[in-house]
Design a protein around this ligand. Structure first.
Ligand SMILES: Nc1ncnc2c1ncn2[C@@H]1O[C@H](COP(=O)(O)OP(=O)(O)OP(=O)(O)O)[C@@H](O)[C@H]1O
Length: 492
């Protein structure tokens, strides 16, 4: 935005915010709009960004008209409101929201975001197993609240490798219960970027407990489902019964906790987790980043979650990728015994699809689909054509911290050594902060890892740098453009 136009837009947004606050009240405003930012106004289209896919859908479904009405009263030229998802912590907009939403159980009208989990799915997914019946009404209430489990997600079907062996060992331990070894980690917090097996592991724990320890009350919920159920219970005046029922759970598994929003819901979540842990019940939580980086969560919730065992699943190495592909081919062959994949095609997938278990599975699934639909045997040429976009997606996501350090050093004319040193002169501190900001926004690396790669700095130093640059980018168009140029250089 031009400076004058930018200021006008910011003023208009301040007025719209104030009207939202006064019309909707403090609680609703802080729940849905506190993290909303104005990204741009172009050709009558106002683009807002929010920190999560869930918020995007909720606001688009329930508040888009309200936003449009308020914006139109500020400027007659506004025609349309767009809401997009920005990546957390930094202000980068990620318009392509992740497709997986795991709440198949929530009623359609109460569920703004429900994309199909796997678009290409050659094997019919078996129906979810019947919920274990517990006698009391409260147990029944909780059973109904749970998200359905995918019976394919078991500990046995989870392929072990260096990237996930610690997480798998912790999951096995929780599934076996503290009685098995006397050791317990509470809460167990598993974090990993997209598609690396968090949901698989959490559901595997629930599936295992249901089979091996049927007396144990286990509940798997996504954070979104937790929110829906709580809101439903509040509306139907059954909140107390619902809270009691939740607190009677033996093992509570909450997935995608980065989507937990709203002050009251976070408080309820925190109370539930506290009372379970205080009562020696097990809590397992998964998220796409460690607790310290869950910026939308209340400080108390973050510190509670950080107080147990933190386990990261990192990107699969070559051996693990190969094992996942081999396993997936084996499973496909159960249904399609003629399905064969030449070794060179397996090598091609393992070398080129490097980011997640989901993409590796997707690659095999596509080959099955192609093979079944066309009858053509799998060949390298066919794989290259069919998997082109998966390979390209992998390539573009591969910005390395070393590249960021190299390009930022060159751009600001400082040496890489200075960038990693402890020198505190402004001419070095600023490029260093920009480099850390880019590392956070363009790579899947966590704050502690970025800190380590920048001369062994603490994660709080990285967080400070990220926030500082983010603030400046919001308010200074020249610096925003300079950073955009660096971003493009890195993407090319
Ligand atoms: N180590 C593994 N062994 C077997 N399958 C795996 C492994 N890692 C990932 N997968 C498979 O990849 C797919 C994606 O995994 P999952 O949904 O558990 O990822 P996630 O970390 O929860 O992703 P998201 O952050 O998008 O929710 C699943 O079908 C899962 O079975």
């Amino acid at each position: 935005m031009e400076a004058a136009a930018g200021n006008k837009a910011k003023d208009a947004w301040a007025c719209v915010r104030a009207r939202l606050l006064s019309d909707l009240g403090d609680e609703v405003f802080s729940c849905w709009f506190a993290g909303m930012k104005l990204e741009s106004i172009e050709n009558g289209i106002v683009t807002h960004s929010v920190p999560s896919r869930f918020l995007k859908s909720w606001i688009s479904t329930y508040y888009r008209d309200k936003l449009a009405e308020l914006w139109k009263s500020e400027s007659g030229q506004v025609r349309k409101i767009d809401v997009v998802v920005r990546t957390p912590i930094v202000g980068k907009v990620d318009v392509v929201a992740r497709s997986a939403a795991k709440d198949a159980a929530a009623p359609e009208n109460a569920r703004p975001v429900m994309a199909a989990r796997d678009v290409v799915q050659p094997m019919p997914r078996p129906a979810a197993p019947q919920a274990v019946q517990h006698s009391s009404a409260s147990a029944q209430l909780v059973e109904e609240a749970g998200s359905p489990l995918d019976p394919r997600f078991t500990l046995a079907s989870f392929v072990e490798g260096g990237a996930n062996s610690f997480a798998l060992a912790a999951a096995r331990q929780v599934a076996a219960g503290p009685g098995a070894t006397g050791v317990s980690f509470n809460p167990l917090f598993i974090h990993a970027s997209v598609g690396l097996g968090k949901t698989h592991l959490l559901q595997a724990v629930a599936n295992e407990i249901r089979v091996q320890r049927p007396d144990v009350k286990v509940l798997y919920l996504t954070a979104e489902q937790f929110m829906y159920r709580f809101v439903q219970a509040l509306q139907s005046q059954s909140a107390i019964a619902f809270k009691d029922a939740l607190r009677g759970i033996d093992v509570l598994l909450i997935d995608d906790v980065q989507f937990l929003h709203g002050k009251q819901l976070q408080q309820e979540f925190c109370h539930t987790v506290n009372s379970l842990i205080d009562g020696s019940r097990q809590v397992v939580v998964a998220a796409d980043r460690p607790p310290i980086e869950l910026e939308t969560l209340d400080e108390r919730v973050r510190s509670r979650l950080a107080g147990g065992l933190l386990v990261e699943i990192s990107e699969p190495d070559q051996a693990l990728r190969r094992a996942i592909v081999d396993r997936r081919i084996e499973v496909a062959r159960l249904q399609h015994p003629d399905f064969t994949v030449p070794a060179e095609v397996v090598d091609f997938i393992v070398r080129n699809v490097t980011t997640s278990g989901r993409d590796l599975e997707g690659a095999v699934t596509r080959l099955v689909g192609h093979n079944q639909l066309t009858g053509a045997p799998i060949s390298l040429a066919m794989a290259e054509a069919t998997l082109r976009d998966l390979v390209r997606a992998t390539d573009t996501r591969k910005v390395k911290i070393e590249d960021i350090q190299r390009i930022v050093s060159k751009h600001f004319n400082v040496s890489k050594q200075d960038l990693l040193s402890s020198r505190r002169t402004r001419s070095i501190v600023w490029p260093r902060q920009i480099a850390m900001y880019l590392a956070k926004s363009m790579t899947p690396r966590s704050l502690p890892e970025i800190g380590r790669r920048f001369g062994g700095r603490d994660h709080t130093t990285v967080l400070h740098a990220v926030r500082k640059v983010e603030d400046i980018v919001q308010n200074d168009d020249t610096i925003a453009q300079e950073i955009e140029i660096l971003r493009r250089m890195l993407e090319n």
